[in-house]
Design a protein around this ligand. Structure first.
Ligand SMILES: Cc1cc2nc3c(=O)[nH]c(=O)nc-3n(C[C@H](O)[C@H](O)[C@H](O)COP(=O)(O)O)c2cc1C
Length: 180
C-alpha cells in the first residue's frame, strides 16, 4: 500500500465530492489495529488543512495503547467509546503560534482527518474538549500534554461495526440568496 495521501485515491474523491461528504464520520468504531500507513495518511490529511498566514499551530498525540485509551474514555464525560476504539488522535494547538485563532485552525484539521478516515474505510467520532477547561485538563493529564498547549478534542477511530446509511441534509430557510 502507498504511504500518505497518495494512498487515499484522491482522484475518485475529487470527482465525487458530494458522495464523499455524505458518507462522513460518526459510525461506531470497532477495535481492529489500524495500519501505520493509514495513521500516517490521517495525519497528513490533517496537516493539509488550510491555515491562515499560514501558521499551522497543530500538534497531534496518537494513542493506540489499550490502557491509555481506557484512561481517556474514563477521563472524558462524553468519550466512553474511546476505551473501545482502535486509535485516538488528540488534536492540539500551540496558542503561542496563533494567538486567539488556534481553534479555527485545528477545527479544519479535525474535519480533514474525519474525511480522510472515510476514504480509508474507518469510522470516527469527533469528541470535543474545547472550550471546557475541565475536559482539557483531564486529557492533558492522561497524555502528558504541557499546560501551554491547547486541546481542541479527540478523534476516536476504528473500523465501523455497522454501516450507517449516508444522508443528505439541506435546510432552505438557512440559505439566503444575494441578501439575508
Ligand atoms: C465540535 C464537536 C464536538 C463533539 N463532541 C462529541 C463528544 O464529546 N462526544 C460524542 O459522542 N460525540 C461528539 N461529537 C459528535 C456529534 O455528536 C455527532 O455525532 C456528529 O457531529 C455526527 O453526527 P451525524 O453523522 O449525525 O451528522 C462532536 C461533534 C463536534 C462537531
Amino acid at each position: 500500500m502507498q504511504v500518505g495521501l497518495t494512498g487515499l485515491n484522491c482522484e475518485e474523491h475529487l470527482t465525487k465530492p458530494f458522495e464523499f461528504l455524505l458518507k462522513r464520520g460518526n459510525q461506531p468504531p470497532e477495535p481492529r489495529t489500524i495500519a501505520p500507513e493509514d495513521i500516517r495518511a490521517l495525519l497528513e490529511a490533517g496537516m493539509a488543512a488550510p491555515s491562515a498566514a499560514p501558521v499551522k499551530p497543530w500538534h497531534f498525540v496518537t494513542i493506540a495503547n489499550r490502557f491509555r485509551l481506557q484512561a481517556l474514555g474514563a477521563a472524558h464525560t462524553h468519550g466512553a467509546m474511546l476505551a473501545e476504539s482502535a486509535l485516538a488522535i488528540a488534536v492540539c494547538a500551540d496558542p503561542e503560534i496563533t494567538g486567539g485563532n488556534w481553534s479555527h485552525e485545528v477545527s479544519g484539521v479535525t474535519q480533514n482527518i474525519l474525511l480522510a478516515a472515510v476514504s480509508l474505510g474507518l469510522g470516527t467520532i469527533w469528541i470535543g474538549s474545547h472550550p471546557s477547561e475541565e475536559r482539557k485538563a483531564a486529557i492533558r493529564k492522561v497524555l502528558a500534554i504541557p499546560d501551554s498547549v491547547d486541546v481542541l478534542g479527540l478523534v476516536a477511530i476504528g473500523y465501523p461495526s455497522s454501516g450507517k446509511p449516508a444522508r443528505a441534509e439541506f435546510h432552505e430557510g438557512r440559505v439566503h440568496e444575494e441578501e439575508w
